[in-house]
Design a protein around this ligand. Structure first.
Ligand code: FER
Length: 275
């Protein structure tokens, strides 16, 4: 059977008989920023604190905050439908606020240098404050092979920068429509062979009409040059939630399972699988 190139109609709509999990709003103390910070936490259907879950950290864009995915991306519905069809592993999804500064709201000039800088500062908050909070308060598996980091646009750049920069924390890494904050390839992945050995999944995707596609393309070209297995998924669309919802649909089905890049050729013709 051929893999679908995009999500089927209705993938993001409530269906009778499916259940959609629970979303918590949490606050944690950030030593990095020196204040309480918010995050949203999605618990899957049939959640039980007697189980242990892998965790997906799913990051927002420059105009968003910890609620952006939930307000615009229907992640609980997309995932709920996939659970109902038994197409994904059970996982907790954490939606952080990736703008690590005292006023972390997406107000005023969202492109102001100090606000853009706060997206880089979030690396420290995530590793030293948020991840320890999640691991202290939820029943999660805390090894690198059960931790994923993905994001859209600024959050895509963050996910690639932080994920590839901290391979001892993350084995599942990907950027959707990654923004200009994405490190240049040589800094993003200075030791390709180490990355190749440690990564379970590396995902680069972008809409074919997105003017930011160069960030994804240059990353892909470097990965090709170094023969690093990855998905490079160019999908129809621009810089918006139609694309990012589709990305979540595609990616969530791959997480925390054995990845066979050979079976992904329909979405990623060149991926440097081993055959
Ligand atoms: C830029 C263009 C786009 C930029 C950031 C973005 C910091 C982010 C877009 C998004 O998150 O949707 O020049 O510089």
């Amino acid at each position: 059977m051929k893999a679908q190139h995009t999500a089927p109609v209705g993938f993001d709509l409530i269906k009778e008989g499916a259940s959609y999990g629970v979303v918590d709003s949490v606050a944690y103390f950030s030593k990095t920023v020196g204040t309480q910070r918010k995050a949203m936490v999605y618990l899957p259907p049939k959640y039980s604190d007697k189980k242990k879950y892998p965790v997906l950290y799913l990051l927002h864009g420059i105009g968003g905050d910890e609620k952006e995915w939930l307000n615009h991306g229907a992640p609980h519905i997309i995932l709920g439908n996939l659970y109902a069809d038994r197409k994904i592993e059970e996982m907790i999804v954490v939606f952080p606020n990736g703008r690590a500064m005292l006023d972390d709201r997406a107000t005023g000039n969202i492109m102001a240098p100090e606000k853009v800088e706060a997206f880089a500062t979030f690396e420290k908050d995530l590793l030293q404050d948020l991840i320890p909070f999640i691991e202290a308060h939820y029943p999660v598996k805390s090894d690198r092979e059960h931790r994923a980091i993905f994001g859209l646009s600024m959050g895509g750049g963050q996910a690639l920068n932080f994920g590839l920069g901290n391979l001892d924390y993350f084995a599942w890494v990907g950027g959707f429509s990654s923004a200009p904050n994405t490190r240049v390839p040589e800094q993003l992945m200075p030791r390709p062979q180490e990355a190749k050995q440690k990564l379970k999944l590396l995902w680069i995707s972008c809409g074919d009409q997105d003017r930011l596609i160069g960030n994804s393309r240059r990353t892909h070209e470097y990965l090709i040059e170094h023969a690093i297995p990855h998905v490079f998924y160019i999908e129809p669309g621009g810089h918006d939630f139609n694309v990012w919802k589709n990305d979540l649909y595609m990616v969530s089905q791959l997480l925390f399972k054995e990845v066979d890049y050979n079976r992904l050729k329909d979405i990623s013709p060149i991926n440097y699988s081993m055959d």
